[in-house]
Design a protein around this ligand. Sequence first.
Ligand SMILES: [Zn+2]
Length: 212
Amino acid sequence: MTRQDLAAKIVATCRAMNAAGINQGSAGNVSARFAAGFLITPTGMPYERLTAQDIVLLDLDGDTHDARKPSSEWRMHRDIYTSRPEAGAVLHAHSTFATALSCLRLDIPAFHYMVAVAGGRDIRCADYALFGTQELSDAMLAALEGRRACLLGTHGMICFDDDLERVLKLGIEVETLAKQYWHARQAGDPVILSDAQMDAVLEKFAGYGQRD
Ligand SMILES: [Zn+2]
């Protein structure tokens, strides 16, 4: 795929985040692995005005030859690409329910079997750190161990997958799970599936080519 085509897909993914209601203002950011680095949304541009020409190409040191500045959260994207070779696309959002849970510093436990879409028995919440810092990225990597998604303490959520289509689907699913968990907690204490029950789900997901 050419840079132009992939950049256009990133813009389409951003618009789809808006349509799905998982983006707040220009807080979210999206990237896709490209060449020896990755393409990422620019900082502070509303998605309605975004074109493929605004998407920034960064190398894995975070350097660019482009005029526009990348998202202030480029470090989290970079660190996922360098530490998780299977990652092809990354999505970060301040979606309402994932963010609300992150403000309570709650992991999403196995209250529903679909939690396994993130790759394990729960979706962890990372410790808080200032946005845009290496400290935040390090906290994120710890929470992502063995997972494709995590909450970011008092901030939002981040996830990665093979490509832009899949990462959008995963981002929407994580927000849906956060919303369901939020609502279940309002009515009582959700029953948490056992490790054995979740392992059976994970095995079935893997066996059936899962997430589709
Ligand atoms: Zn953010």
